[in-house]
Ligand binder design. Sequence first.
Ligand code: FES
Length: 162
Amino acid sequence: MPVELKKVSKKDALKKFMDSCKSLPNPESQLIAILHKAQEINGYLNKELMDDIALEMNIPTAHIWGVATFYHYFKLVPQGKHSISVCLGTACYVKGAEEVLNTIRSELKVNFGQTTEDGLFTLQEARCLGACGLAPVIMIDDRIYGELTPKKVIEILNTYRK
Ligand code: FES
């Protein structure tokens, strides 16, 4: 007879993690780990999650927001299916990163930190993706695209739209 797995809600999963943090000495020091877990579970951090963490861990919400907004790693808005990082490091900048960026902005109608209306892309800024020899460079998810022109960028975006 198959074993039926109990469905665990996002809130339950986060509460379980926070409970384990509470058993550690100085539980408030686990805030970053808790925020990581919350983002892993939910995809991004929103007000409801922050309030839950504040209540559960007895930490002021303002402090939690301060930490979440300080680190670029934490996302405060829903993320798109694909993450686009546009490199604005020196090598990319002198080789035309601004033109690439403007093409992406006008094609997707988003700015840094925003997600397209269809939820497909989130646009982010990067400072050197470690592929300066291919400048200008963007990264979509884990894949690097180099030697870009506005035309090439549009072609690449279209492959993700199919
Ligand atoms: S500056 Fe863009 S990859 Fe290094």
